[in-house]
Design a protein around this ligand. Structure first.
Ligand SMILES: Cc1ncc(COP(=O)(O)O)c(C=O)c1O
Length: 482
């Protein structure tokens, strides 16, 4: 009898070949398929739920089931016409990287177990650190995504500026800061009275005078300001906060400056991104998600810090934490990098592999070209929208995002808002392109984020043609001028 859970070489080959074909097929036909499909809870259960399987099922049958019922019934953020939220275009090399990572299952928690893999992670972090303009003292850690990076940044900031928990500590964000930051603060035990969502200006940028006023007010009331969170490309509009002014203010006030560039910081690899993000390197910490504008499959986020020691101070274990089973590890490699000392996880995969493999395979010139497409397609969309007087631009193309509203003389705001909501539903049902709305200063607006490197001007034009046609129809059906 063979050992449990083992496949023969032929079985592995056959299963691997079939899975590889499925992924290649996905890459080749993605563009022809709908951008999104969602099952109801009942439909999903009817098609997929089974009781705990005691007996085996041929894996080829299961792959068929996945191809038929699972993969199509999802949003496809890697679709060339997925323009909603922050899309996640991928690349085939990184997909292979994920397969190799899983297949070799390297424990990347400490140096002793993963010296070469840890070196690759350090190298990748070095590339990102340099691009962001952080000094050589800096480094970071790869994590699951922006939420985890933002949460970890607050842990580092709290340790560095406060030395631990303090119920009077205050964090300052803007009213455009991503919700993950507020969630992270809650998880870390910050009450609502310990966070401020500072007003933004007419360009959705954090207002420095409003921030300075909030800090002074809090100090006068016995609170302890310790951290400012700035945005390098807000999710809503791509707005970039004024880093230099914020860094000056933080230096004067002794505050930690965290920049959430989960979406936008990757643009720093391009010339125009570098110009737009001037001052980014003055941050104490930066979130940058390779699974957004660096074309990596989920899950890959990154936290960079100005001083690597701030991460180890925040996350390394003390002697009285009783990690007795790690005694050999810590004795052996005191001076080496143990990633478990830089973040929350002990056991972690070789996250750097796919990013390293794709960056080396393509070279950064190719990535730069890919990022540029996002800038250009958002500009193309803005040009087409401006050419039709019924669309009004709310925020012009910025960091690959443009926002806009349907506008008709004599219609009430409520009427126009309803047209946007119904048009968004029509677009999603249509399936050609994924476009969704957001709320800007209390009013709904469409938002286009066309950062897939393979999207093109023809697809942008067709998307806007359909949006316009649906908006016209929905507008005609609404209750008329008011
Ligand atoms: C600016 C920003 N920060 C943080 C996040 C959260 O990142 P994740 O969803 O990878 O946890 C996002 C997600 O879109 C984002 O756009």
């Amino acid at each position: 009898m063979t050992a449990p859970l083992q496949l023969s070489r032929d079985e592995m080959q056959a299963l691997g070949d079939r899975a590889l074909d499925m992924v290649i097929q996905h890459f080749e036909t993605n563009r022809e398929n709908p951008t999104a499909r969602t099952l109801s809870r009942e439909e999903a259960a009817a098609r997929l739920h089974t009781s705990l399987p005691e007996r085996p099922t041929p894996p080829a049958e299961l792959l068929e089931l996945l191809a038929r019922e699972v993969f199509p019934n999802a949003f496809h953020p890697d679709h060339p016409r997925f323009y909603a939220f922050v899309p996640s275009p991928t690349n085939f090399v990184s997909v292979v990287g994920d397969f190799l990572m899983s297949g070799h299952n390297i424990f990347s928690g400490h140096w002793l177990a993963s010296s070469a893999a840890s070196q690759i992670e350090l190298t990748v972090l070095e590339w990102l650190r340099e691009a962001c303009g952080l000094p050589a003292t800096g480094s970071g850690i790869l994590v699951s995504g922006g939420s985890m990076a933002n949460l970890s940044a607050i842990v580092a900031a709290r340790e560095a500026r406060l030395g631990g928990h303090d119920s009077t500590a205050v964090v300052y964000c803007s009213d455009q800061t991503h919700s993950s930051m507020f969630k992270g603060l809650r998880i870390l035990g910050f009450g609502k009275n310990q966070r401020r969502a500072v007003a933004t200006d007419e360009h959705f940028r954090l207002s420095v005078p409003a921030l300075a006023e909030a800090i002074a007010h809090d100090r006068a009331n016995g609170m302890r300001p310790f951290c400012v969170v700035a945005n390098a490309g807000t999710t809503n509009t791509g707005a970039i906060d004024p880093f230099d002014e914020l860094a000056d203010l933080c230096a004067r006030e002794g505050l930690w400056l965290h920049v959430d560039g989960a979406y936008g910081a990757a643009a720093v690899f391009t010339e125009r991104g570098k110009t737009l993000l001037r001052g980014l390197g003055r941050a104490d910490s930066i979130t940058l998600d390779p699974h957004k504008w660096l074309f990596q499959p989920y899950e890959l986020g990154c936290l960079l810090v100005r001083d690597a020691a701030t991460l180890t101070n925040a996350f390394s274990m003390d002697d009285d934490d009783h990690a007795d089973y790690l005694a050999d590890v810590s004795r052996h490699v005191q001076q080496d990098v143990n990633f478990y000392d830089r973040g929350i996880q002990l056991t972690r995969g070789f996250k750097a592999l796919k990013l390293w493999l794709s960056m080396r395979t393509f070279g950064m010139a190719e990535f730069r070209r890919g990022i540029e497409v996002g800038f250009e397609m958002a500009e193309e969309a803005e040009r087409l929208l401006r050419a039709d007087g019924r669309w009004s631009i709310v925020t012009p193309a910025a960091m690959g995002i443009v926002t806009f509203r349907w506008h008709e003389e004599g219609r009430s705001a409520a009427d126009l808002d309803a047209v946007i909501a119904r048009t968004a539903d029509r677009m999603r049902a249509d399936g050609y392109a994924m476009v969704m709305s957001t709320m800007l200063k209390g009013r709904p607006a469409f938002r286009l984020c066309p950062i897939h490197p393979a999207t093109n001007a023809g697809e942008i034009a067709e998307t806007i043609r359909r949006l316009t046609a649906f908006a016209e129809q929905e507008s005609a059906q609404s209750t008329g001028p008011g």
